[in-house]
Ligand binder design. Structure first.
Ligand code: ADP
Ligand code: F6P
Length: 323
């Protein structure tokens, strides 16, 4: 017997491929347990505007393979205020929403933390392409995004190699360098600039390019993380200093779209299902995570206090693989 009769589900912050699979996991699991589900559109903004719809098993048919989020997503300033959070909790009560599944990133979890403190049972599911949530080794969308980036980089490499150019390719990740490091290893790049490691020594990059050029390397791929940015001006300076024709490509939002990978569909489905099981057990203020090969859950306060960094060993291995 479930401890809650009605739950809500919303997606918040930047969308990520696989969010639909998580929504499907939530709705289908809840239906099996006899729990009613209300879909809340446009994240916390939609909650405050009471954009709330009933969902059933059919509402999530034919979405597991689709990128984006059928519930739409938003960022909401009003919800950052105490009044906004109280209003949101009252709206949950009004609609009989006893538990809420929040699919999003750290910011969205802070919102879930506030709602839990106001008496709404909340469970977070990590959904962001950035992989920057400390309590988990997996976030929904990272796998698809990094594969999209890799495929795009392979294409840039073809033309870069034909023209014997240097290409600086900027990938997303906000302040985190996970997409940059993974796509740099996967695409055999010559250099990667990570916000966590970059010392702003552009001269070292220039010297290394000149040396590689002299030793016969005809094209060069540099992966630059969004957290460092300025790829276009960097390309101009590098071209001027090295004499190697250099182009910048900013991959941008294409990395957030597309059909989710198998991994993102499976992990997101499991996390969606697990979030509902936690609510059904009467748990609140939890975040579903993937750690050491297992699906686990953490207290939100503890999870938000955790920190993580790019594994130094992986960065060193990248460096050791560069010719
Ligand atoms: P993400 O969830 O991907 O990290 P944001 O940081 O933009 O994305 O957060 C998404 C939304 O979560 C914000 O627009 C806001 O409504 C809510 N939020 C973020 N931080 C807080 C906070 N400290 N307290 C309450 N709500 C927050
Ligand atoms: O958090 C996901 C992300 O795509 C980041 O990598 C990027 O910095 C940010 O969102 C972009 O946000 P927006 O879509 O609002 O421009």
């Amino acid at each position: 017997m479930s401890k809650v009769q009605t739950i809500g589900v919303l997606t918040s912050g930047g969308d990520a491929p696989g969010m639909n699979a998580a929504i499907r996991g939530v709705v289908r699991t809840a239906c099996k347990l006899g729990i009613k589900v209300k879909g809340i559109k446009r994240g916390y903004a939609g909650l405050l505007n009471e954009e709330i719809v009933d969902m059933d098993s059919m509402s999530v048919s034919d979405i597991i393979h689709r990128g984006g989020t059928i519930l739409y997503t938003a960022r909401c300033m009003e919800f950052m205020t105490e009044e906004g959070q109280k209003k949101a909790a009252e709206i949950c009560h009004k609609h009989g929403i006893e538990g809420l599944v929040v699919i999003g990133g750290d910011g969205s979890f802070r919102g879930a933390q506030k709602l839990a403190n106001l008496g709404i049972n909340t469970v977070g599911i990590p959904g962001t392409i950035d992989l920057d949530i400390s309590c988990t080794e997996y976030t929904i969308g990272f796998d698809t995004a990094v594969n999209t980036a890799m495929e795009a980089i392979d294409k840039v490499r073809d033309t870069s190699s034909s023209h014997e150019r240097c290409s600086i390719i900027e990938v997303m990740g906000r302040g985190a360098g996970y997409i940059a490091l993974w796509s740099a290893i996967a695409s055999g790049a010559e250099a990667v600039l990570l916000p966590e490691r970059y010392d702003y020594n552009e001269q070292a990059i220039i010297d290394s390019l000149i040396e590689k050029h002299r030793s016969g390397k005809t094209h060069h791929i540099i992966i630059n993380a969004e957290g460092i940015g300025h790829s276009t001006s960097m390309a101009k300076r590098i071209e001027q200093a090295t004499g190697i024709e250099t182009r910048a490509t900013i991959l941008g939002h294409m990395q957030r779209g597309g059909s989710p990978s198998c991994k993102d569909r499976v992990y997101a489905s499991i996390m969606g299902s697990k979030a509902v099981s936690l609510l059904a057990e009467g748990k609140s203020k939890r975040i579903v995570a993937y750690k050491n090969g297992d699906y686990v859950d953490f207290d939100i306060d503890e999870a938000l206090a955790m920190t993580k960094d790019i594994p130094e060993e992986q960065y060193q291995i990248f460096l050791s693989l560069v010719r």
